[in-house]
Each structure stands twice: as structure tokens, then as C-alpha cells.
Design a protein around this ligand. Sequence first.
Ligand SMILES: [Zn+2]
Length: 451
Amino acid sequence: MTFFDQGGETAPVERLRARQWERLTAGLREVWATNPFWQARLRAAGLRDPGDVASWDDFARLPRLAKADLVADQAAHPPFGTNLTYPSDRYVRVFQTSGTTGSPIRWLETEESWAWWARCWAFVFRGAGLGPGDRIFFPFSFSLFVGFWAGFEGARALGALAIPGGGQDSATRLHVLRELGATALVCTPSYALHLAEVAPSQGLDLAKLGVRTTVHAGEPGAGIPAVRQRIEALWGARAFDHAGMTEVGAYGFECTAQAGLHVNELEFVAEVLDPETGRPVAFGEVGELTLTNLGRWGAPVVRYRSGDRVRLGARACACARTFVRLDGGILGRVDDMLIVRGVNVFPSALEGIIRRFEGVDEFQIEVFRRGELGEVRLLLEVDGATHGAEAPGRTAEGVREAVRHELGIRVEAVAVPARSLPRYELKARRVVRREAGAFGALDPRHPGGTP
Ligand SMILES: [Zn+2]
């Protein structure tokens, strides 16, 4: 047993599967008894009683749950919907999704499921090598969005010191971080880069602040090598990727071997499925990650379509964990693929190229149609005052050529002035869809149309 293995992270796969089965079947019995949402879904799927799920093959025949199903249920039964296993007085926390796309979904947590969130985050922190004695800073607006609330509780579960960074601007956060001796930072990749932009104005050198670990969620960024390298260089720290969502929980994390995302199979059943057919993809192939809760029976998801595109990797890992790995982390969203001049391209692939160019502080991907063709224009924020008067033009040219060479597509690339694009504390929205007419009138100094 290794130092981090407090809950069977290195158990043989057969034992993991047996343990999952035990918890899954017990949970299904529980929701079958009292949860109206799951009663209706399971009956509609032809189940007479929970005993009808008698094997993993039976499980794989259960319908997949989509976000739209949850939205429809909450619209029909406001404010919380019917996915509730217990009477309302058993629930102690309420959250809602960030609502960046469509209607937000609300979620209630019981005392048990809130402790479960914290436990899941403790896996994330242990994966990154953190433990008691660490001081973990959360530059996060503690709102209705669950985001790093759960990480904050996870730090307590880990035995580390949790430092709240709510109600502070970026400059104040940097000073708090320094004064309280934070050793770890938890935020989106974009926000870690944004803090690095703010640091010089505060006379701070991030690499000297004592933060040796950063943990990132909310965007694929930390799994993109060029983004990770930039964060690590600016902070003088090792950057770790983490994945989670309100509907599912904190399911994925990186270990110190940093060989893709491990899925916490003690708390989730993970399937990588072809989004169209729902059939499992082969080892090494890309599909949609589909997840089932094993420890959140107050409001669970079973076979939830995460929308995350992942590549199914091997289990064997230098860290000795036996959890399945997703090579390259979250590759993007199933529904965020762009078609540029007939070629499929994911925004994360563009970001992987753009972030290699040091002069680019921020960027935006504009998508528009010209005639029948989908086109992309990259707005690249390059500070000529810092990098030299020729830097903006040279960088745009370099990015354009790299995209053509590596992705085989032609895009426009335009340098825009320093500080002209939006910054984000939470999930960044860098893809902007424009109407053809609006594009013609676009003034690069005022990109507009941004949230
Ligand atoms: Zn590992």
C-alpha cells in the first residue's frame, strides 16, 4: 500500500469492479424505492425491479442520461426537479450549473453527498502530491456555482489549510496568497495566466511566492501541453489537471506521473462510448465519457453523457493506481467541434498552437460563414510595448503558418491591442460565433460580442 492509497486506489481491477457493482446495485435499490425521476426512467427502460440489473451487460443497456433530460425535468418541476431520493429536509447544500450554455440546472446535496464531494476532491489533491501541511488558495467567487466550493471542502478532508479568495480582486488575491504563504493554487488555467499578468503591476514575481503546485479545472487547458508549460514557467510550479462537473462531481485527476487523467473508479463508473451509437470505443480511440455516481444517491446520475471527448487509455501507471486513464485529459466537448473550410477542428487544438507563442497574452476564436464555408479568425492579443513593435504582426503570421502546417487549415490571424479581450475567473468562453454581416463591420480594437 502506497502513501496515498487510503481507499483502494491501487486495488486490482477485479476488486475495483466488484466494489463498484456492490455500491451500484445498492444505490439503484435505494433510488428505485423513492426517487421519482429514476423510478420513471428505469420503468420506461423496461425494468420491473432493481434486480433486473443483474450484470454489467444489463447496466450497459440502461438508457444514457442527457443534460436536456435534467433541464426538462427541472422546467416541469421547479425549482429542483424530481431527481431527489430523500425528503427535502435531508438536503443541506444547493448549487447550480454556471449556465454558460442554456438554462442552469440546480442540484441539492445531502450531508453524505457533500462529504462525498470533499472525499472526491481529496483524491484530486493527493493525486497532485498535496497533503496535510499544504496551504491551498482558492481565488474563487463563492457563489451558487459549485466549482471550487467542493475543492475548499476537499482541502479540509485532506487535512490541508484552505484559504478563501472570494470577494477580492486579482491584485488583492496575489497579496493574500503571498502573505498567508500559500503552497498551492486552485483555479481555471485561464485565471492562473491572468494572475500572472497582474503580478508585475504589484511588484510580485510569482515564481518566488512559494506556490509549488497548481490544480486546474473548468477548461481543458491544463491538459494542453503548451498551456501547462506556460503556467508552470510563470508560477515556478507543477500544474495538474482535474475534471468535474456539477451534474456528476469531481471525477478525474492527474497523478504525479502526469500521464493523462485518472478517473476515480472508486466513486464513479466510467464508460467511453461512441456518441452516436452508444457502443464502447476500443482502447486508444476517442469517445464521449459517460459517468455513473456511486456515492451520491440523494440526487445521482446514472450513465450521464458528460459531453467530454476523451481518449481511452491504459490502466497501468507509474503511480501504481489502477484507475483507468484518459490520454491527453479532456480533449474538448463533443459539441464544440468547428468545421473550417470543411475540415473538423477542435478549439483545444487551436489553443495548443496559440499558447506556444509567448507574445500572446489572450486570444479569441471567431467563427463565421463566408458563402458556404465556415471560416475562423483568430484574434491574438499581443503587447507591442512589451515584446517590441514588430511582435504583433510577426506573431499573427507565425500562428497562421503553424495552424496551416499542423492542422491543415487556413485561418485569419489578427493581432489586437493589449488588454482588449475579456478575462475570465471561471470557464473562459473564447469561441465567438458571428453572423457574416457582423463580421464585415468588425473593428479589431473593439471585438465586441463577448460576454
Ligand atoms: Zn497515475
